[in-house]
Design a binder for this molecule. Sequence first.
Ligand SMILES: CCCCCCCC/C=C\CCCCCCCC(=O)OC[C@H](CO)OC(=O)CCCCCCC/C=C\CCCCCCCC
Ligand SMILES: Nc1ncnc2c1ncn2[C@@H]1O[C@H](COP(=O)(O)OP(=O)(O)OP(=O)(O)O)[C@@H](O)[C@H]1O
Ligand SMILES: [Mg+2]
Length: 301
Amino acid sequence: MKRARLIYNPTSGREQIRKSLAYVLERLETAGYETSAHATTGEGCAKRAAEKAAKNGYDLVIAAGGDGTIFEVINGLAHLKERPMIGLIPAGTTNDFARALGIPKDIEKACDVLCGDHIEPIDIGKVNDKYFINIAAAGALTELTYEVPSKMKTMVGQLAYYIKGLEMLPQIKPTFVRIEYDGKLFEGDIMMFLVSNTNSVGGFEKLAPDASLQDGMFDFIIVKKTSFPEFLTLAGLALRGEHLNHSKVLYVQANRIKVFVEDEDMKLNLDGEHGGKLPAEFVNLYQHFQMLTPKERKNKH
Ligand SMILES: CCCCCCCC/C=C\CCCCCCCC(=O)OC[C@H](CO)OC(=O)CCCCCCC/C=C\CCCCCCCC
Ligand SMILES: Nc1ncnc2c1ncn2[C@@H]1O[C@H](COP(=O)(O)OP(=O)(O)OP(=O)(O)O)[C@@H](O)[C@H]1O
Ligand SMILES: [Mg+2]
């Protein structure tokens, strides 16, 4: 009998996941999994619960929450030699990774994916001693996602990020960095950089359009130093996916990226969570996990 561990974050998104728990457990039992559930109680809880589940021999670990919850689950599993299969029930505010995989928010359809037995390998990123599954970012505005209080996300959803983003906008400033990527060197003042595993970042689906989850490569975007009006224009272009050939944007693929900074308190955002400080080395771990994904997954390349 296959065994599944459902790790759910009751505070993710609009805090709705609790209502669907009995249904999810029934679906998994019908699909042949002996299932148990664990509610997270705070920072690091999903990470510990995932590692414990792997060591107790579970075949499948399911994250039910937002990007931060599956971020913690893979941080509990990625260092292990024997890793269980992973699944995702989107219950967060942005759900970037679920969107990249085409996992629907509708609970019945999300369970169809979990019980569909369609498995695919996925790359993840390693940075210093942490892992990330969707995006690593640093620089202007990138701290906003973990500055937003959970209650605000519960009340107004994705809008909470935009309110915080506009609040932080006036303080944006360039930082001098030296970046080595796949043997090339970039040196200069930048507003921000993004190391992305998928095309879905912050709800923007066209920020890194060529990203693939199985090619062992990151999509790497540097936004060079801009004036304030230029940054706003660029943000607007980014919304429409027309930013990539802008003179201030560098967009490449790389599987190893080293970032050095002079201003040493440049913080790292990993999947929307605080991920420590730069300097940092990003390494792509090729097809590191097996994941339950929709049969008719779009943008598969
Ligand atoms: C964007 C509106 C255009 C109007 C101009 C206003 C300027 C921007 C003002 C506010 C922007 C706030 C953007 C909020 C983005 C939502 C973030 C989100 O939902 O995070 C949850 C997710 C986990 O679920 O965490 C992550 O995604 C981690 C990385 C987040 C990085 C966010 C940095 C801001 C991104 C874009 C800002 C403008 C783009 C500048 C040019 C970019 C060219 C490549
Ligand atoms: N019981 C809890 N009470 C408070 N915070 C919690 C609890 N369980 C987990 N957390 C915190 O919730 C955060 C993860 O939230 P998650 O990213 O899943 O939801 P979200 O931010 O609404 O969704 P998204 O990232 O997709 O926008 C982590 O910072 C984690 O420490
Ligand atoms: Mg989050």
